[in-house]
Design a protein around this ligand. Structure first.
Ligand code: SF4
Ligand code: SF4
Length: 319
C-alpha cells in the first residue's frame, strides 16, 4: 500500500519579515485556528479548509471578464454585484458578488479569474516543498541573525506537519520561532519544544470567562502551557494585543504582568501590540458580515500600559 505523504495547509509565506522574531525572517502561515479573535488581522487564516476570497479592487467587471467567472460557477454562487468607478478610465464597472451560502469553495471561478480578484486561500505543501521554499532565504537569515517563523492561524492545530518542518529546519541549522496562541495540548507543545528556539506567545486576557466570551476558548490551557514551557527552559516573546473594551484595563494589565513575572527568565521581552483595524477590510474578502471596529489606542495610553508593566521589572516594548 502506498504511504500517505504528510502535508500541511498554508495560506501564505512571507519573506523579509522583521516583526516575527529576531533578524530577517521568512514566515510560513498555516491555515486554521480554534480561536475567533474579532480583531484578527488575517481572518482568512481561521478556517481549516481552502476558502474562496475576493478582492473587489482587482475585479475588472468588463463583460468579457464577467462572462468567464459567472459561467465557470455551476453552483449559482456568483451574481452581478456593486459598481465601482475605474481609477484609470473613469468607466463604471459592475463587479461580481459571491453568494456565500451557495459557494462550496470549489475554486472553478478562481481558475478563470486572471486578474486574481477571485482566488482560493489555502494550499497544501509537503514538508519538503515547504522546507525547500524556506531554505531559499537562508543567506538572509545568516546575515541578519534571523530564521524561520512558523505562524498561523494556530500552527499547532497541524501538529505532525509542524513538528516535521521544525525538525528539518533544525537539521539545516536554521533558527526557528513558533508564533502561537498557546491553545494546544501539552503533549503537542512538548513534542515541538526541542526544535523551537523562540516562542512568540500571545496572552489575551487573564480572566478565562472573558477570554472565552470574546475569542471562543478558555485561557487555562494557554497559561498552563506557558508555565510548562518556562519550566522546561523555553524562551518566549510574550505578545499582548491591546484591544479597547476587552483587555486594556489596568487590572488585567497588572494581572498579565504578574503572570509574566511568574515565567521568570523565560520571558525575553513583552511586546504590547496596539489594536489597529487592518483586518476589517480583509473580512470582506471572505464574508459579507461586517465586523466591529474599535479605535486604535493612543501612543500616550500605550506608554501608560508599558509603564505599569515596567513596575514589575519586566522588559516591555510597544510595537
Ligand atoms: S471576478 Fe475575476 S473574472 Fe470575474 S469579472 Fe472580476 S476580475 Fe473578471
Ligand atoms: S468557488 Fe466554486 S462555488 Fe464558489 S463561486 Fe467559485 S465556482 Fe462558484
Amino acid at each position: 500500500m502506498e504511504e500517505k505523504v504528510l502535508t500541511g495547509k498554508l495560506y501564505d509565506i512571507q519573506g523579509f519579515s522583521v516583526q516575527d522574531g529576531t533578524g530577517v525572517r521568512t514566515t510560513a502561515f498555516l491555515k486554521g485556528c480554534p480561536l475567533r479573535c474579532p480583531w484578527c488581522h488575517s481572518p482568512e487564516s481561521q478556517a481549516f479548509y481552502p476558502q474562496l476570497s475576493w478582492i473587489s479592487m482587482r475585479c475588472q467587471g468588463t463583460e468579457l471578464c464577467k462572462s468567464r467567472c459567472l459561467n465557470a460557477c455551476t453552483k449559482g454562487a456568483l451574481e452581478l454585484g456593486d459598481t465601482r468607478e475605474d481609477a484609470v478610465s473613469g468607466a463604471t464597472l459592475q463587479m461580481v458578488h459571491v453568494k456565500r451560502n451557495l459557494c462550496d469553495n470549489c475554486g472553478d471561478c478562481a481558475e478563470v479569474c486572471y486578474p486574481g480578484a477571485l482566488y482560493i486561500c489555502g494550499k497544501d505543501y509537503t514538508v519538503e516543498e515547504l522546507v525547500k521554499r524556506l531554505l531559499q532565504d537562508k543567506r538572509f537569515y545568516e546575515r541578519s541573525g534571523g530564521g524561520v517563523t512558523i505562524s498561523g492561524g494556530e500552527a499547532l492545530s497541524q501538529p505532525e506537519f509542524v513538528l516535521a518542518v521544525l525538525k528539518r529546519l533544525k537539521e539545516e541549522g536554521i533558527h526557528t520561532a513558533l508564533d502561537t496562541t498557546g491553545f494546544a495540548s501539552w503533549e503537542t507543545v512538548e513534542k515541538v519544544m526541542p526544535y523551537v528556539d523562540l516562542f512568540l506567545y500571545d496572552l489575551k486576557h487573564m480572566d478565562s470567562a472573558k477570554h472565552k466570551a470574546v475569542v471562543a476558548v478558555p485561557n487555562e490551557p494557554i497559561l498552563e502551557n506557558a508555565r510548562k514551557i518556562a519550566a522546561a527552559g523555553g524562551k518566549m516573546q510574550i505578545r499582548i494585543p491591546v484591544i479597547p473594551m476587552f483587555n486594556n484595563d489596568e487590572e488585567n494589565i497588572r494581572k498579565t504582568a504578574e503572570f509574566c513575572k511568574e515565567l521568570g527568565d523565560a520571558v525575553e521581552v513583552i511586546q504590547l501590540l496596539p489594536y489597529h483595524n487592518m483586518g476589517v477590510t480583509k473580512y470582506l474578502r471572505i464574508s459579507d458580515e461586517p465586523v466591529a471596529e474599535a479605535t486604535t489606542p493612543s501612543d500616550e495610553f500605550m506608554k501608560k500600559l508599558k509603564r505599569i508593566m515596567e513596575e514589575y521589572d519586566l522588559p516591555v516594548t510597544i510595537h
